[in-house]
Design a binder for this molecule. Structure first.
Ligand code: PAF
Length: 280
């Protein structure tokens, strides 16, 4: 089966209408790695028709972020999608998605979208939710899959479909890691050779925090501060390293039983900002 590439909304809609049975959508910004391919394979278990999208979405990047240098590897991405058995890819140009500057936005609730990534990247989740709603309107999937490396994004989108009554199931894909523990990410390609060998420390630190909570520590603030200090002393610049409740990313009480938690971090190594998380 060869991959069909849809550049226009009209072509994508017509192809979707031709699908028999349920449709699973996997939205991406391209530069596909094994984490994305695992999502495509998970999508094939959810529905007989899998549609991927590739669109580097300007409105979710801040003015000083890496929109311009974000890796664009369309040909290689299509080869990977075809090898994974994906039948359709929606890959619009920017003026197809945004023929004029976008004026209508989805504004996710600040209690979930204004913290952690949202605090460090103002407007980011508004850009994500807006483009994802557009993709949902174009593709009309029954189910959509998002990687849990972007844990907060996955939660924001679950809340969006619930609050806007969209008839779409949101499924989270487990994080895929390199053998040394580094979570796969398109941004790993920015790392220099020495930074790449340092990068797995982030995952090791999250494992140490998880193990400490499992071992009974409940002084969450002190534990977070120790872990962040330790990363900073190894040359990182930590944005946040926080233990939060999985369901709504609020801080756990000190008498928490230690279940239903996740530890999330964002930190810079040189010029590269990495994020990672671990369910406890
Ligand atoms: O996770 C991503 O790659 C992007 O945020 C998404 C969901 C494709 C929206 O642009």
């Amino acid at each position: 089966m060869s991959l069909l590439i849809h550049k226009s909304i009209g072509s994508m809609r017509a192809a979707r209408m031709g699908c028999e049975g349920e449709v699973a959508l996997v939205p991406t910004m391209g530069n596909l790695h094994d984490g994305h391919i695992a999502l495509m394979r998970a999508a094939a278990k959810e529905a007989p028709n899998v549609i991927a999208s590739i669109f580097v979405n300007r409105i979710q990047f801040g003015p000083t972020e890496d929109f311009d240098r974000y890796p664009r590897t369309f040909e290689a991405d299509c080869e990977k999608l075809e090898a994974a058995g994906v039948e359709h890819v929606f890959a619009p140009l920017e003026n197809e998605m945004y023929p004029q500057p976008q004026q209508y936005f989805v504004e996710p609730a600040a209690n979930l979208a204004g913290v952690l990534e949202g605090a460090s990247r103002p407007g980011h989740f508004r850009g994500v939710a807006t483009v994802v709603l557009k993709l949902f309107n174009i593709v009309q999937p029954d189910v959509a899959l998002f990687g849990k490396k972007d844990y907060q994004q996955w939660l924001v989108l679950q809340h969006m479909v619930r609050e806007l009554s969209l008839p779409i199931r949101i499924v989270g894909g487990e994080i895929v890691r390199a053998t040394d523990g580094l979570a796969l990410s398109s941004r790993n390609g920015y790392l220099s050779v020495p930074e790449r060998s340092e990068a797995p420390r982030l995952h090791r630190m999250l494992c140490a925090v998880r193990d400490a909570v499992r071992g009974g520590r409940r002084d969450f603030a002190a534990l977070q501060a120790e872990a962040a200090d330790s990363l900073n002393r190894s040359g990182w610049n930590v944005d946040y390293l926080c233990i939060r409740r999985r369901e709504d990313l609020t801080a756990p009480a000190d008498n928490s039983d230690g279940t239903g938690l996740v530890v999330l971090a964002a930190a810079r190594l040189g010029n590269t900002r990495l994020i990672d998380n671990l369910e406890i």
